[in-house]
Design a protein around this ligand. Structure first.
Ligand code: COA
Length: 164
């Protein structure tokens, strides 16, 4: 299994994994619907970088670092924290047949190193409060639960922070 940054060449694999995730959601609240602006910037390194585990060339898990406040602005404003040096960890996904091995936790640990390389000082993540596999992974990775609110899109989210 290798962990690496995704490139445009991995776009088909990423969108295929997203389809699998969306088709297997335990609860529709776990996953915010993808909007076009975010999707258009999935391979724009000044905005989003995806990383993931590959097994025999197949993408089995992924997670993104978002550097643009289009992604994290609302949550940062809600917490009244500075957006300087802030990035969001989002779109965490593990192929359903690969769950239960702590892959998200492993990705979060590796992602911290990637964020440090970009001089990011704080990681922010938002999770649906009842999404226990996600919530537990962020807590195990040392993130702290700051608050819970309802986003303007109507989805309830707990906000987690981690200082690098
Ligand atoms: C969230 C997700 C990426 C986590 O996958 P994963 O890394 O395989 O997670 P695991 O199954 O290993 O579970 C992580 C932890 O949650 C626990 N857990 C898993 N399912 C659980 C459940 N239904 N109830 C309580 N705890 C649960 C595990 O025991 C583990 O805890 P531990 O480390 O203390 O043993 C995966 O579930 C997923 O792709 N979900 C759909 C997309 C999604 O919801 N993304 C998150 C958006 S914020």
């Amino acid at each position: 299994m290798i962990f690496r940054k995704l490139t445009k060449d991995d776009a088909n694999q990423l969108f295929s994994l997203i389809d699998k995730i969306e088709n297997a959601l335990v609860d529709k609240n776990f996953w915010l619907p993808l909007n076009d602006t975010a999707k258009d910037h999935f391979f724009d390194p000044g905005w989003t970088e995806f990383f993931g585990f590959f097994e025999n060339g197949a993408l089995i898990s992924a997670v993104a670092l978002f550097y643009n406040e289009h992604e994290f602005g609302e949550s940062a404003d809600y917490l009244k924290i500075s957006k300087k040096g802030l990035a969001e960890v989002g779109r965490a996904m593990v192929r359903p047949d690969k769950r239960g091995q702590g892959l998200l936790l492993q990705m979060l640990e590796l992602l911290k190193e990637e964020a440090r390389k970009r001089n990011i000082k704080t990681l922010l993540a938002t999770v649906y409060p009842q999404n226990l596999p996600s919530k537990k992974s962020f807590l195990s990775a040392g993130f702290t639960l700051e608050d819970t609110y309802t986003k303007s899109c109507g989805f309830e989210r707990s906000i987690f922070l981690y200082s690098l």
